[in-house]
Design a protein around this ligand. Structure first.
Ligand SMILES: NC(=O)c1ccc[n+]([C@@H]2O[C@H](COP(=O)([O-])OP(=O)(O)OC[C@H]3O[C@@H](n4cnc5c(N)ncnc54)[C@H](O)[C@@H]3O)[C@@H](O)[C@H]2O)c1
Length: 447
């Protein structure tokens, strides 16, 4: 079986490599010549744990090839996957389908009778129908099948998520398309992965509903953290108590500086636009988007407050700029709001991220980037943990204490225990944890 994958970003490259691992012959296409050249030379343009091995193994076996030549990649492929970006459209928050339709126009030229074109990109409800109309217009000579197969992988664990998904969602309209997709995902029968065949519209909407629900969970625990701070409760313990209820589950109950990344922000906003067009108010998702935006700005106030009310003239050490650990992706990361705001308030920012400094460097040119995490703290007045990379979980606290000019730590991911930090001599701010109470207790104990 031979397929083509259009787009070799986070989703396209992982999907192409994993389908090749399933034994399928995959031609991966990108119109970014630099990416294709790098991939051809065995270099992986993104950071994703384990991806290099899967790509290398399948490229060496000849099952996975890379090209810029889209028409020849598409010719003879049983399925053509579109995995190009669908970012937020500037100004209105609709999903921008420019790349998708441009790719579809190009694909149309190489298609043959019975080809199945599958959208892996996250696309608004109705996009599958628009693609059907496009192919009917551009290739009236052919009967082209359109399917929807949204991707649920998470950056940082993308290979595992692709190989062992909770489910696969496939929107199809014909038996032929169903059979092609069924054959492609057959290896997942081994792990008894449910394959849910639906209509095009349902498949497209499942993806947005999933991401919006998860974003709601994150926002819920973030607001609970705010409440915990006011009433002296501990959000970490609360999350455990809440998440242990199997109807709720423990995942996505980690409080932090607000969700970011390449999916939640754009997908929640796009779902709102879809709902507006359908004249159906989605008030929960509206609140989630508004609360999350406000939260990133609140984090700046929290940092300024922890620094004594002003950061003018101060140096702030920032640990982590990616939206989560184990990726180099900084799209819509809270760091892109928090760091410029601190700079606007007069602070100098020194930052380190294990994988994201190159991508973040393009967005945050004024930052002093440090190769070593401890270099950020050199002469810094405060340290802020923005991303919970494992490398930040076991810092030498004595060394941190010695390096910082003032022992101020603002931990926006609750990586450390308040008691531990206070015992180590820090003025410590976390998210939703009763620092002051612990302080008072320890003072009482000492007295
Ligand atoms: N990143 C994630 O974690 C994730 C997870 C699930 C779903 N998605 C969805 O998958 C889609 C892709 O996301 P991504 O993060 O991989 O995007 P990306 O921006 O990392 O990659 C897109 C790639 O497509 C290429 N491209 C654009 N137009 C092209 C064309 N005409 N021909 C060939 N290549 C072209 C770009 O050069 C780029 O390499 C989006 O719709 C996204 O919402 C992403």
């Amino acid at each position: 079986m031979r397929i083509a994958m259009i787009g070799t970003g986070y989703v396209g490259l992982v999907s192409a490599a994993c389908f090749a691992e399933f034994g399928v012959e995959v031609t991966a296409v990108d119109n970014d010549g630099g990416k294709i050249e790098a991939l051809g030379n065995g270099q992986i343009p993104i950071y994703e744990p384990g991806l290099d091995d899967v790509v290398k193994r399948n490229a060496e076996s000849g099952r996975l090839t890379f090209t810029r030549d889209l028409p020849s990649a598409v010719q003879g492929a049983e399925a053509v996957f579109i995995a190009v970006g669908t970012p937020s459209r500037r100004g209105d928050g609709h999903a921008d389908l420019t790349y998708l339709f441009a790719a579809a126009e190009e694909i149309a030229q190489g298609l043959v009778e019975g080809s199945v074109v599958v959208t892996k990109s996250t696309v608004p409800v109705g996009t599958g129908r628009k693609l059907q109309a496009l192919f009917a217009r551009v290739r009236p000579d052919l009967a082209i099948e359109v399917a929807s197969n949204p991707e649920f992988l998470r950056e940082g664990s993308a290979i595992e998520d692709f190989m062992r998904p909770d489910r696969v969602v496939v929107g199809v309209e014909t038996e032929r398309a169903r059979q092609v997709l069924d054959r492609l995902y057959r290896p997942l029968n081994l792990t008894q992965t449910p394959i849910l065949f639906t209509s095009l519209e349902t498949a497209e909407l499942i993806k947005y509903a999933t991401n919006s629900f998860l974003a709601t969970k994150v926002t819920f625990i973030n607001e609970m953290a705010d409440l915990c701070e006011r009433v002296g409760a501990d959000v970490q313990v609360l999350a455990k108590g809440l998440g242990s209820d199997r109807r709720i589950g423990t995942k996505f109950l980690h409080p932090g500086p607000g969700f970011g990344g390449s999916c939640f922000p754009k997908d929640t906003t796009a779902l709102l636009r879809i709902a507006e067009e359908a004249n159906v108010p989605l008030r929960i998702v509206e609140s989630v988007v508004a609360v999350n935006e406000g939260r990133k700005r609140n984090m700046v106030r929290r940092i300024v407050q922890a620094c004594g009310g002003s950061v003018r003239g101060m140096t702030i050490a920032i640990l982590g700029v990616t939206f989560k650990p184990n990726t180099d992706d900084v799209r819509d990361s809270p760091s892109l709001v928090i760091i410029p705001a601190l700079q606007a308030e007069g602070a100098t920012v020194r930052a380190h991220d294990p994988e994201g400094m190159e991508t973040a460097g393009r967005e945050l040119p004024q930052v002093v980037w440090c190769e070593d995490v401890y270099d950020t703290m050199d002469d810094a007045d405060a340290m802020v943990i923005l991303t919970e990379w494992n490398a930040f979980r076991a810092l030498d606290l004595k060394r941190v204490r010695d390096l910082l000019r003032r022992p101020i730590v603002i931990d926006l991911r609750n990586v450390y225990e308040p008691a531990e930090m206070i015992a180590a001599g820090f003025s410590y701010t976390s998210i939703g944890r009763p620092v002051l109470d612990l302080n008072a207790k320890s003072e009482r104990k000492i007295a």
